[in-house]
Design a protein. Structure first.
Length: 303
């Protein structure tokens, strides 16, 4: 009896397993090369210095940019946080696009909820596109192309397995092992398709890391006169949060109230209220002209 394609069933199984492994190896190698080249990109397009929110994106992604905007608005008294860790609006709508996006959704919301709402906003996309245009983010297009290449390879292997399976069934050959391998190939193809559809976290390029390092060095020293970023001095609360997270917010009580809970095993979120009993509002939590007496009364900061 002639073997289909001139290859016996056991030999094809071995060959197909090797093919599956080879495709996985190629995908890993190509992805590694693309990521390495993207991260090494060092060309920066000319333009103004990055804003504080662009620096925040480089330091911690879109969530850090949202945190920096919240910090700026709280410091200016346009947002306040109550004893239930909820953020609400108190003053006029800001002019900066990302601050507007944060302000618009900040109605008795937590930091985590605001992050989720603003991640996909037009303001966040514009922020990301600006960084990519300047060459400060690793190329998303190159990563997408690499994942598309991997998906096409995976689909080709799946197609070979399906054709051989149909051929074997039509000839009445035992195909139990091949059925299992085709299912494995189908699962790998689905995983590759899902990975391609997700962009994942954007990482700074080499130029982005350099710019971020320069900003951190500048923030640790005297603030240059007139140096503005996103409408906030580089040495303000927004920059502190942008470069170091909520732990760097100058008011510990507000920092504890605004820090989202830690969800990893063994971690715990901050459960303390933003203003403990008997404490008074700090200058960063109530802007001049706001009613600190009513905001901090009853153990809450704006409750």
């Amino acid at each position: 009896m002639t073997d289909p394609w001139g290859i016996s069933g056991p030999d094809f199984v071995v060959l197909y397993i090797a093919l599956l492994g080879a495709v996985l190896l190629v995908r890993v190698v190509v992805s590694g090369i693309v990521n390495s080249r993207a991260m090494r990109a060092d060309a920066v397009a000319p333009g103004p210095p990055p804003t504080v929110y662009q620096l925040a994106f480089l330091a911690g992604g879109p969530d850090r940019a949202v945190d920096a905007a919240i910090a700026a608005l709280v410091e200016r008294g346009q947002l306040r946080v109550n004893s239930h860790q909820q953020i609400s609006r108190t003053a006029a709508r800001p002019a900066e696009p990302l601050e507007q996006a944060v302000y618009d959704v900040a109605h008795l919301k937590t930091t985590a909820t605001i992050r989720a709402s603003v991640r996909g906003s037009a303001a966040m996309r514009a922020l990301e596109e600006g960084l990519e245009w300047r060459g400060l983010l690793a190329s998303a297009a190159a990563k997408r192309q690499a994942r598309t290449f991997g998906l096409l390879l995976q689909l080709a292997v799946l197609a070979v397995g399906v054709v051989r399976l149909v051929n074997g069934i039509s000839l009445g050959r035992p195909v139990g092992i091949l059925v299992f391998l085709v299912i494995v190939a189908a699962v790998l193809a689905i995983v590759a398709a899902v990975r391609r559809s997700k962009t994942g976290a954007r990482q700074p390029s080499a130029a982005g890391h350099r710019v971020l390092g320069q900003a951190r060095a500048a923030a640790s020293g005297p603030v240059p006169a007139g140096m503005l970023a996103g409408g906030v001095l580089l040495g303000g609360a927004a920059a502190a949060v942008a470069l170091g997270g909520w732990a760097m917010y100058p008011d510990e009580e507000i920092s504890a109230a605004l820090t989202p809970p830690v969800t990893s095993y063994g971690g715990g979120g901050s459960s303390g209220s933003s203003c403990s009993s008997g404490s008074s509002c700090s200058s960063s939590s109530c802007s001049s002209g706001s009613s600190c007496g009513s905001s901090c009364g009853g153990g809450g900061c704006g409750g």
